[in-house]
Ligand binder design. Structure first.
Ligand code: CTP
Length: 477
């Protein structure tokens, strides 16, 4: 234990604590992470006294100017070398039923530990010289860490009423650490799930994104579903649940399928946004579902509808409405393309079109598509994966030959207008498209001379006469 506290920063805090004559502890996530062997750089310090005054004394001793005081909250933040340190005075908090505003009073260390979210987050280590490094664990946090248990220090209804976000934090920690939520704690979440509505979307999504970055994020979504929080977080996912049977034909449960895809993808990629794409790839299915006699269940166009739903979902969840959203939208829109391709004879032209549409995101799209193969039938999975290898090989060959990934048309609209002396008009677009299609279909190479030749031919077919040839054009002799 002591080796974690041997850094200069802890020694300084300890010296100031004794000089000022106050009890000082390191507490919360930092201590939990020491025991989990994943030491972090965020330190929470609790002072039995004024956190702000103590922080000033520490900053003085370190001659640091990087101290920010939040006087209204009675907290202070100090940045020192790689460390980010929060100071707070120990508090006792009680809530009046008729008001959301807590009455905050100064308290002892144990008062402060009591009002924390989970036993594993309520561990404290003393920093005073007389008992430097001593562990204070009044709620059995170490035992819970060893047994992999998430449990509130007080009656769960009290802890969750103090801050309903903690219901989500319980699920986030269970997912991240692969822990179980103690049954009474989990039951309370089920009973109080509607209280999450008073929490801001930003705080909720901070936890959800941490959950999404866990090794198996499906666990979190399953727990959210089980305790009734899911409809408050992402009702579109709740809508994917269930199996319908008609004429003895059932479709698969798209909720569980989605979670399998998410975990498959998570095993291959740490990208948060690609994981979101996996979670949302079939989001258009419930609204496109149809039973067609003779054909069975269909979800025609679910990729188009799904892509259309993404901006609204991102807006509601306060996720970024920038290129990250566009990336997810593109993945949802294109997620069937590689699989359709692999079921057919893989033509160069189809591969070029896929490369053209996916651009630099082709590798992510292939990873998503591979993760989407979840059949129970081993033979089907192996067959699909083998076809995928062919698609990947072709993608590589064509990329090396034709450089389609970041396709720039070799002949621009300006060149077309100059050659035929045209103002902007729809025929310029027709000629440009003709050239693009010819390249993607392999009729001509992705090369200026061949494209310019085709431009002259197409222009003349449309009745235009070239008035000025581009100096770089070398007609084939
Ligand atoms: N805490 C709490 N209730 C909350 C949020 C935080 O009791 N709603 C307490 C916990 O003791 C927690 C500490 O504040 O350990 C720090 O919170 P935070 O920085 O959000 O999380 P960490 O536990 O440090 O975990 P992580 O670094 O994984 O976010």
């Amino acid at each position: 234990m002591r080796e974690y506290l041997s850094s200069r920063i802890f020694k300084t805090i300890s010296e100031v604590a004794d000089l000022e004559g106050v009890e000082v502890y390191v507490i919360g996530g930092f201590v939990r992470d020491i025991f989990l062997n994943r030491p972090s750089k965020d330190i929470d310090i609790v002072v039995v006294g004024s956190g702000v005054e103590f922080a000033k004394a520490v900053a003085n001793r370190l001659r640091s100017k990087r101290l920010t005081l939040f006087k209204n909250f009675g907290t202070a933040q100090l940045k020192h070398n790689e460390w980010d340190i929060e100071f707070v005075g120990a508090r006792k908090e009680s809530y009046r039923l008729d008001s959301r505003k807590p009455i905050v009073e100064d308290g002892t260390l144990e008062d402060d530990q009591k009002r924390r979210d989970f036993t594993i987050n309520a561990l404290a280590l003393s920093l005073n010289a007389k008992n430097y490094g001593e562990l204070l664990d009044p709620f059995g946090g170490i035992k819970d860490l060893k047994n992999g248990i998430i449990r509130t220090p007080l009656d769960p209804a009290t802890t969750f009423s103090d801050d309903p976000l903690r219901m989500l934090r319980a699920i986030r920690f269970a997912t991240q650490l692969n822990f179980n939520i103690e049954p009474e704690t989990f039951k309370a979440i089920g009973q109080m799930s509607n209280r999450i509505t008073i929490v801001s979307t930003e705080r909720i999504m901070d936890e959800v994104n941490k959950m999404m970055l866990a090794p198996s994020p499906s666990r979190g979504w399953l727990l959210l579903d089980e305790c009734g929080l899911l409809p408050y977080v992402l009702p579109e996912l709740t809508a994917m649940k269930g199996v319908e049977t008609r004429n003895g034909i059932a479709h698969k449960d798209n909720f569980y399928h989605t979670l399998e895809v998410l975990d498959n993808l998570a095993a291959k990629s740490d990208s948060l946004w690609l994981r979101w794409a996996a979670l949302l790839h079939d989001i258009g299915k419930p609204r496109t579902k149809k039973f067609i006699p003779g054909q069975g269940w269909t979800f025609h166009g679910h990729e188009f509808l799904g892509a259309k739903m993404i901006p609204e979902i991102f807006r509601k969840l306060k996720l970024p409405l920038n290129e990250k959203m566009k990336f997810v939208q593109k993945m949802v829109l294109l997620h069937l393309r590689p699989i359709i391709l692999s079921q057919d004879i893989v033509t160069d032209s189809a591969v070029r079109r896929l490369l053209f549409d996916a651009g630099d995101d082709i590798d992510d799209l292939m990873a998503l598509c591979e993760a989407d193969i979840t059949s129970k039938n081993d033979y089907t999975v192996r067959k699909h994966l083998a076809n995928f290898r062919i698609v990947r090989k072709k993608l590589k060959e064509i990329e090396e030959k034709d450089a389609i990934r970041n396709f720039q048309p070799p002949v621009t609209g300006e060149m077309i207008m100059e050659t035929f002396n045209l103002s902007p008009c729809k025929e310029v677009g027709i000629i440009k498209n003709r050239i693009k299609d010819a390249i993607l279909d392999g009729e001509i190479r992705n090369d200026f001379n061949q494209a310019y030749g085709l431009m002259l031919k197409t222009g003349e077919e449309l009745g235009f006469v070239p008035v000025k040839l581009h100096p770089n054009y070398k007609p084939a002799s």
